[in-house]
Design a protein around this ligand. Structure first.
Ligand code: GCU
Length: 354
């Protein structure tokens, strides 16, 4: 199945190139789009690709194959294919093959990509209320976060991007984010002062890291390793599996477990493309996404734990903050600004901590 998917991924890329050069692509309405190099006359966006009676959807993801969210995306694709008896196939493109995370969200909105797996930090600029789910030191732990995502609040946010042409299908876990640095060990919040820290391309993350006293540098995920290597930045922040799988741990071996935020991830689909499907098929796609979410949580837990143990066993340097309250006090301005706007929701989330 995996092999098949790879073949299809390759076939998908070649087909896209072929399409731009000379051919027409049959869309579900039977219209033929004519594309010529330099003279693209008619791109019917917002329609799923259909060929020989089968519908293909493209899913973009910036993690490598084998990473917990990638495995779960492949599982989602398999469920959709099996449950639709092969009528609907999701082609999964991992390792940023369809572009960096920010550009895949843009492509999703215009129907160039059908589905993305995305950190909600990148969705903040489309719906600022999503800051609520990524506030610093908000969740007591992972269970608290999942209690929120699995509730009416989670459902509300899945549906909150509709005005932007996007439909959230389910949530994936991305653990807690920690700082890591090339040289200086971080033990107290003061140690962050003036350090150039890479952040995701999100205004919320820029504000958050500035509040903690560091100097934020927003970069695409793919550029962080080189930026650490060339000392363009002093450090970055991410969850454990990303820290290890990207090789950032080799460039920036000092990790401080401050867990400043948990940023959940969404499987998001282009809304118009989803709406093109029959009600039954929409339900099939949604249910498969939800089932993949349950699977992903399990994968995440074991990957996080396994990575941590291996990192320590190989001599990795983990420090723990001496005064976490000092970190929490530093992010108060974030609560003052965002907390004012979304007070009721934030109070509700805090009240639901067991
Ligand atoms: C996590 C997340 C990615 C995101 C990355 C980042 O690894 O899974 O979707 O791109 O953080 O820091 O950019």
């Amino acid at each position: 199945m995996k092999y098949n998917r790879r073949i299809w991924a390759l076939a998908g890329c070649s087909m896209a190139v072929f399409l731009l050069v000379c051919i027409g692509w049959n869309h579900t309405d039977g219209n033929t789009a004519v594309h010529k190099a330099g003279e693209i006359k008619d791109i019917s966006l917002h329609e799923p690709m259909e060929r020989d009676g089968k519908i293909y959807l493209r899913l973009a993801d910036n993690q490598r194959e084998g990473y917990p969210t990638s495995v779960a995306c492949d599982y989602f694709a398999n469920l959709v294919e099996e449950r639709s008896q092969g009528r609907i196939e999701i082609l999964t493109f991992h390792s940023s093959r369809l572009g960096d995370e920010k550009s895949t969200v843009n492509q999703l909105r215009y129907g160039g990509i059908d589905i993305v797996r995305v950190s909600i930090a990148l969705l903040y600029d489309y719906n600022q209320e999503l800051s609520v789910l990524q506030m610093p030191y908000l969740y007591k732990d992972s269970d608290h976060m999942w209690a929120i995502l699995d509730s009416d609040i989670g459902d509300y946010f899945l549906a909150s991007l509709r005005d932007n042409g996007m439909e959230g299908l389910c949530w994936y876990d991305a653990g807690a984010r920690n700082f890591y640095t090339v040289n200086k060990e971080i033990r107290s919040v003061k140690d962050l002062e003036g350090l150039k820290i890479r952040v995701q391309q999100s205004n919320f993350m820029i504000d958050l890291i500035s509040a903690l006293g560091a100097d934020p540098v927003d970069l695409p995920y793919e550029e962080v390793r080189m930026a650490l290597h060339s000392h363009r930045i002093d450090g970055a922040e991410n969850n454990f599996p990303s820290y290890i799988s990207t090789g950032h741990s080799l460039m920036a071996p000092n990790l401080v477990m401050d867990e400043h935020t948990r940023i959940p991830e969404m499987i998001v689909m282009n809304k118009k493309i989803l709406d093109e499907f029959s009600t039954e098929d929409q339900e099939l796609i949604r249910q498969a996404a939800l089932d993949s979410s349950l699977y992903q949580r399990e994968l995440w837990k074991s990957e996080e734990e396994g990575n941590r143990k291996r990192f320590v066993a190989s001599g990795g340097n983990i420090t723990y903050v001496e005064d976490k309250d000092a970190f929490i006090r530093k992010v108060q301005p974030i609560y003052d600004v965002y907390g004012k706007k979304y007070k009721a929701l934030l109070d509700e989330i805090e009240a639901r901590a067991e």
